[in-house]
Design a protein around this ligand. Structure first.
Ligand code: ADP
Length: 447
């Protein structure tokens, strides 16, 4: 660290304040400060000098530098009246912003103001040779008059104004650029929002079309249900009449028929029976589809339902190699519609019996989470995977699969699935051709 003073001077009268200002600038320039920093330092010096002179005492000014660490210029102004710092400190608050550090202190010898400012990194190194060189040059420095100082200050002011103007021009240019960029961004934004709007319009049109199609579909499906309901209703009366007449013809008490006539009447009665069951199935399905079936909720005793199914369906399970098993229900009660539930299970069991030649047909029930699951499992012909959804379509029957008794209508499963839906549940099937099928009806414990 070099604390060998670079320069000293004494301020006695007001004119010396100008001189110290000039000297300050000269020192700052010599050690390597740029123009603006030179002015800052000079201004700080003259301000402190002015305040010290105002106290009416001589003040000593000392310039030193430290070369170690960050090279720094230090300026100390001291005057021999102690206790002046309280007056100076508030007045120097603003000035302190012109330098890096400023301390005002009372010492035995008087009042001292110390300022420092770090040299810019670009400044040449402060080795002893250079210090001597600076000292020599400063010694040559001839202080000017206050007028000279005013001229210098004016020039600095002009330079500062020029800089402000240049900055203002830069700002204006930047503004123009910004405006242009903004215009570009806005154009892009408009283009994008136009495209978006167009896409939106397309989507809206698509939705409108979809809505229209679904309305058409709904109308068509309602028309179909209405048609089925009406036609089947109209058909029921004549079919019932045909059956009645057939029974009359075949009755023992009626006129005797030839054996050929008897055979034909039996054929008519058989056909009428099939027709009636078709008509009844159609009517049921149409009712379910039209939402005209309202469940009659009650606490269903599953033991009773299973008992009834066991009783009514056992006579149908006529295949000698088939075990017809209705398990003891593992769930005692369920809130549901007894009639609809029994109808669903009866449909599934009838199918299982129809399509099973050997093995077993089994009905069971178990609690699974929040649901009660009924399973109807058989070891019959099974259903190919790709047809396992189609069998729920109206009139669909797996081609080639021969029912063991009765032809069926292809309406049983769609109807059963409808009913399960009405009961708040779902029906699914899993099956392997040649091994058997399992239909599962899952109903919520509390619908
Ligand atoms: P239907 O039994 O009156 O023909 P369904 O709607 O009840 O009508 O059944 C449709 C078709 O699904 C049946 O024709 C049959 O091909 C098939 N199917 C239904 N249940 C079974 C089953 N348990 N095993 C094998 N195929 C079945």
């Amino acid at each position: 660290m070099s604390r060998e003073p670079l320069m000293r001077m004494r301020i006695r009268v007001e004119q010396d304040v100008f001189i110290v200002r000039q000297l300050g600038r000269a020192v700052a320039r010599e050690v390597g400060f740029e123009a603006q920093d030179q002015t800052r330092l000079a201004t700080a010096l003259s301000e402190v000098g002015r305040l010290l002179v105002a106290a009416g005492r001589d003040a000593d000014v000392t310039f030193t530098t430290t070369a170690g660490g960050v090279p720094t210029l230090h300026v100390e102004l001291a005057h021999p009246v102690p206790g002046d710092s309280a007056r100076l400190r508030p007045q120097l608050a603003l000035v302190s912003r012109l330098v890096d550090t400023m301390e005002v202190g009372d010492e035995e010898t008087g009042t001292v103001v110390r300022m420092s400012r770090r040299l810019p990194p670009s400044s040449p190194a402060l080795n002893p040779d250079r210090m001597d060189e600076i000292r020599d040059r400063l010694a040559e420095h001839v202080p000017g008059t206050p007028f000279d100082e005013l001229t210098v200050q004016n020039q600095q002011l002009m330079a500062a104004l020029d800089e402000v103007r240049a900055q203002r021009d830069d700002l204006a240019r930047l503004n123009v650029e910004l405006e242009e960029t903004n215009k570009g961004v806005m154009a892009l934004y408009h283009q994008l929002s136009d495209e978006l709007e167009e896409t939106n319009r397309g989507v809206v049109a698509l939705y409108a079309e979809l809505d229209e199609k679904s309305v058409q579909l709904r109308t068509a499906s309602e028309a179909k249900s209405r048609f089925l309901a009406n036609v089947s209703h109209e058909l029921r009366a004549p079919v019932t009449a045909i059956m009645g007449l057939g029974r009359l013809l075949a009755d023992e008490s009626s006129d005797r028929l030839t054996s050929e006539q008897s055979r034909q009447v039996e054929l008519i009665r058989g056909s009428a029976k099939d027709l009636l069951s078709l008509v009844n199935d159609l009517l049921d399905l149409a009712k379910a589809e039209a939402g005209r079936i309202e469940p009659n909720w009650s606490d269903v005793d599953l033991k009773a339902v299973f008992g009834q199914l066991r009783g009514t369906l056992r006579p149908l399970a006529v295949q000698p190699d088939v075990d017809f098993i209705v398990e003891e229900p593992a769930v005692a009660r369920l809130r549901s519609d007894e009639v609809l539930l029994a109808q669903v299970l009866r449909n599934l069991l009838t199918n299982a019996i129809k399509f099973t030649a050997a093995g077993s047909v089994r009905l069971g029930v178990a609690r699974v989470g929040d649901n009660v699951e009924f399973t109807v499992a058989d070891t019959g012909v099974g259903i190919a995977p790709e047809l396992q959804e189609r069998i729920f379509e109206e009139f669909y029957q797996v081609p080639g699969s021969q029912a063991l008794n009765g032809k069926g209508t292809g309406l049983g499963l769609p109807y059963a699935r409808r009913l399960v839906g009405i009961l708040g549940g779902a029906m699914r099937v899993s099956s392997t051709p040649g091994e058997g099928s399992m239909f599962t009806v899952s109903l919520p414990v509390s619908p």
